[in-house]
Structures are given as structure tokens and as C-alpha cells.
Design a protein around this ligand. Structure first.
Ligand SMILES: NC(=O)c1ccc[n+]([C@@H]2O[C@H](COP(=O)([O-])OP(=O)(O)OC[C@H]3O[C@@H](n4cnc5c(N)ncnc54)[C@H](OP(=O)(O)O)[C@@H]3O)[C@@H](O)[C@H]2O)c1
Length: 313
């Protein structure tokens, strides 16, 4: 299942509207097929692994990070039927699929065909892996990561707006890696005007993984996909993971709307003093409301900068 999760990770931020799934087929202790959901959502992980395994899938165990789909779509057959037809003996799944077209039916149909089914294997990791898909289903909007790059005193720019660069090359490279794991990236008009950001992925081998660029502004902008309010992220079709890169007004508006699921906080060992604060009004009325909202999920050094990742508690 660890190998299947690692394969699923390859699809993070690339498979909407489908979940990024991984599949490993094992027969007599040997891996005979591997698959992961491809960009745009097809082929599915199981179909890819079965195609690789061919006849070797007969009698194999399929490790899948999500219940195999049970619905035939215009884009392809149901993976449950493919697994049955291939003669797979056993399915080890991490979790059930909440999609009502599957939701237990994949497991039920496999069991009815004589396949042994176990589920719940490394479920917590599998859930985190498809946070975008699950957030879209449960909240009807993308999973949102907010990135902030600040000085030690919590500033994101000098008073005149100069903000390049606060963090060093390692932190910036990490931001590019994060971009490649989102279907879209959003900035506010103030950032567009101050920085003309390219918002691409400048990492060797990942250049083609650049996300769609979205602008937050009440006025449409030529050449940009523009949305008029943070809540309008719900209408971004094909985006299950959205990265918000500022600036302060934009970040604050997303936080005030309770639309942030994950915080990437890059902190550089510099002091700016007078300057632009990372955040403005986020709708807090009492200090007590601020507590218990964020849990540290990861912390590490990137060169001389510190990265802290927080998730909603
Ligand atoms: N260090 C960092 O991590 C970082 C990252 C990004 C930017 N920055 C810096 O931050 C500064 C820009 O920040 P900023 O706060 O001035 O600008 P901003 O947040 O980038 O953009 C503000 C604009 O976004 C739109 N907007 C904001 N909230 C909205 C809402 N609730 N509904 C609709 N539209 C909304 C409005 O555009 P309209 O007026 O067109 O409607 C508003 O004028 C720059 O100096 C930039 O260099 C730093």
C-alpha cells in the first residue's frame, strides 16, 4: 500500500475532477503491474496497472488507494469490472469511494464475483492524498493552500511594495514544487500590478506542470481567468486543488471567508520593520476564536529559511 500511495502522489493536483489513485498488482510476491491516475483523470490507476500486468493479473492481489469505481462512464469501463475480468483474487483498499456512483458498490460487486476484499489499510494517508477530491465533494469548492513568505517580523513587502526577494532560492524552489501539485494558482490584482508574477514552475523536468493562473479582481483582466470573489473558487471547473499566493488583501479575504485548508508559511531570517503586514482583517472578533484552528503538520529548514505547514484542526 505504501507503493500504491507513492504512485497516487504522482497525480496530486493533476487529475481533477477525478481522485488521484495509485494501484499495485502483486502476484506470488512480485509486482506485476503499477498504475496511477493520469493527468485529467484518465486512464484510471487500475486500468493502467492491469494493462501492464496482462495475463499476470490472474490470481494477483490489487493494492488500491481508493475503492475501484463501479460506474461505466463515456470515458471508460468501470475498474471493478476490469479487475473481475482480469481474474484478480484479492483487493486491498485504503478507503471507500464517497462518489455516490460507487460508494460501496465497487467492493460489493467484487465480493459477489468471489474476490476477497479488505478495506481501511492506511486510510488516513489515503484520505490526505485525495484532499482535493474530498473537499470538492464535501464543500463544493477546491482544497485551498495559502502561501505566505514573510520576514521574522511578519512582513511580506517593504512600504513601497518591494517584496523580491524575501526568501532564498531553496524556499522559492519549494514554492515552485508546490505549484506543480495544484491545478490552479491565484493572486490578487495588487500582486499582479506590483510583481507581474509568471506563476510558472521553473524546476527541471516539471516545467509542463504549471498550473492555470487565476486572478482575484472585481474587474476582468485580459489574458487572465478572473474571479470576482474568493467564494467564486467554487466555479473553477477542473480545479480540486488551488494555491493562493497573495498578497495581503487576498490572503485575508480567503481567511475571512474560512476558505483556507492549509498554510505554507516560509519565514526568512530578516527584519523589515516598517512594511506591509502579511495579513489585514481576517474577521476575528475575539482572540479566543483564533485558537484551536491550526495544527502544525510539517516544519523544516529550506536553506536559511524556515517552512512551517499548518492544516486546519
Ligand atoms: N511575500 C509574499 O508572500 C507575497 C506574495 C504576494 C504578494 N506580495 C506583495 O503583496 C503586495 C500586494 O498585496 P495587496 O494586499 O496590496 O494586494 P493583493 O491582495 O494582491 O490584491 C488586492 C486586490 O485583489 C482584489 N481583491 C482582494 N480581496 C478581494 C475580495 N474579497 N473580492 C474581490 N476582489 C478582491 C482587489 O482587486 P480589484 O481592486 O481589481 O477588485 C484588490 O484590489 C505586493 O507588494 C506584493 O509584492 C507578497
Amino acid at each position: 500500500m505504501g507503493a500504491a500511495l507513492a504512485l497516487a502522489d504522482r497525480g496530486v493536483g493533476r487529475t481533477a475532477p477525478n481522485p488521484n489513485v495509485g494501484c499495485v498488482l502483486v502476484r506470488e510476491g512480485r509486482v506485476v503491474g503499477r498504475g496511477w491516475t493520469q493527468a485529467g483523470g484518465r486512464p484510471h490507476a487500475e486500468a493502467m496497472a492491469l494493462a501492464e500486468a496482462g495475463e499476470a493479473a490472474r490470481g494477483a492481489t490489487a493494492y488500491v488507494t481508493l475503492e475501484p469505481c463501479a460506474h461505466v462512464s463515456p470515458r471508460g469501463p468501470a475498474c471493478t469490472d476490469l479487475l473481475i475480468a482480469a481474474g484478480v483474487a484479492r483487493i486491498m483498499a485504503a478507503m471507500g469511494d464517497p462518489d455516490p456512483r460507487t460508494d460501496g458498490q465497487g467492493f460489493a460487486r467484487a465480493r459477489a464475483a468471489g474476490i476477497s476484499v479488505t478495506t481501511g489499510v492506511r486510510e488516513t494517508e489515503a484520505r490526505a492524498m485525495i484532499a482535493g477530491f474530498l473537499t470538492r465533494r464535501a464543500r463544493h469548492r477546491p482544497f485551498v493552500t495559502l502561501k505566505l513568505a514573510t520576514s521574522l517580523d511578519g512582513k511580506i513587502a517593504r512600504p513601497d511594495g518591494e517584496s523580491r526577494w524575501i526568501t532564498g532560492p531553496d524556499a522559492r524552489a519549494h514554492t515552485h514544487l508546490e505549484r506543480s501539485r495544484h491545478e490552479a494558482i491565484l493572486v490578487g490584482r495588487g500582486t499582479l500590478e506590483a510583481d507581474s508574477p509568471r506563476l510558472d514552475v521553473r524546476l527541471p523536468g516539471l516545467e509542463s506542470h504549471a498550473p492555470r493562473r487565476v486572478l482575484l479582481s472585481r474587474t476582468p483582466e485580459a489574458g487572465w481567468e478572473t474571479i470576482p470573489s474568493p467564494a467564486a473558487i467554487a466555479s473553477l471547473a477542473g480545479v480540486d486543488r488551488l494555491m493562493v499566493e497573495g498578497g495581503a488583501q487576498t490572503a485575508s479575504a480567503f481567511l475571512a471567508g474560512d476558505l483556507v485548508d492549509r498554510l505554507l508559511l516560509y519565514r526568512a531570517p530578516i527584519l523589515i520593520g516598517e512594511g506591509r503586514a502579511a495579513l489585514g482583517d481576517i474577521g476575528l472578533t475575539r482572540l479566543a476564536e483564533a485558537h484551536g484552528r491550526w495544527r502544525l503538520a510539517d516544519a523544516r529548514m529550506l536553506g536559511s529559511d524556515r517552512l512551517e505547514v499548518y492544516e486546519r484542526d
